[in-house]
Ligand binder design. Structure first.
Ligand SMILES: CC(C)(COP(=O)(O)OP(=O)(O)OC[C@H]1O[C@@H](n2cnc3c(N)ncnc32)[C@H](O)[C@@H]1OP(=O)(O)O)[C@@H](O)C(=O)NCCC(=O)NCCS
Length: 148
């Protein structure tokens, strides 16, 4: 089931982050994000939250701030479902474009973004720190929304 995030989900979002991300967000980061007006959706499966997406839509531009599926539940279509929800909300809110940043080595995520039509528009050199303390580039993808 796909539903909008609730404040009581935050702890579970941290658990998913810590299981799946190289540099996981803390509880404070999630709280700040929602206080600042970001929107989130979660996937519930087996009666627990197993994945989420967070976006910020401002002045007609959407930014995907986080997308994460617990490793036990990956590659079952949940990431794709969450991104399709983002497209729906971005269209409803009249966003004309959606941006996201991804580590250059995150091949799974890049494959998913390309599959759903995102296009590589730019990169940032040495933007992220890797788990062994090195630096790696960020790739910036974008997708234009259909005008109504
Ligand atoms: C990236 C991520 C969100 C994808 O979520 P997911 O639920 O596993 O993705 P889906 O099952 O919807 O897969 C959709 C597509 O993603 C790609 N993909 C997902 N898992 C993959 C894997 N293990 N191997 C290769 N491709 C994969 C494929 O293109 C797949 O399409 P296909 O099934 O037709 O081949 C998930 O791997 C994740 O949470 N990773 C850790 C956090 C992260 O990297 N977030 C993105 C930060 S920018």
């Amino acid at each position: 089931m796909l539903r909008q995030v609730q404040e009581t989900d935050n702890l579970q979002l941290v658990i998913i982050e810590e299981a799946a991300q190289v540099s996981p967000w803390s509880l404070e980061v999630f709280e700040r994000c929602f206080t600042a007006g970001s929107l989130g959706w979660v996937i519930e499966y087996d009666q627990q939250v197993v994945g989420f997406v967070i976006i910020l839509i401002q002045v007609g531009e959407g930014h995907i701030l986080n997308l994460c599926v617990h490793p036990h539940y990956q590659h079952q279509g949940f990431g794709e479902k969450l991104l399709k929800k983002v497209f729906q909300v971005a269209e409803q809110q009249k966003a004309t474009i959606i941006y996201l940043e991804v580590r250059i080595t995150n091949h799974r995520a890049i494959r998913l973004y390309k599959k759903l039509g995102f296009q590589l528009i730019s990169s940032r050199k040495n933007y992220y720190t890797t788990s062994d303390g090195h630096k790696e580039d960020a790739l910036i993808f974008a997708q234009a929304m259909k005008a109504e």
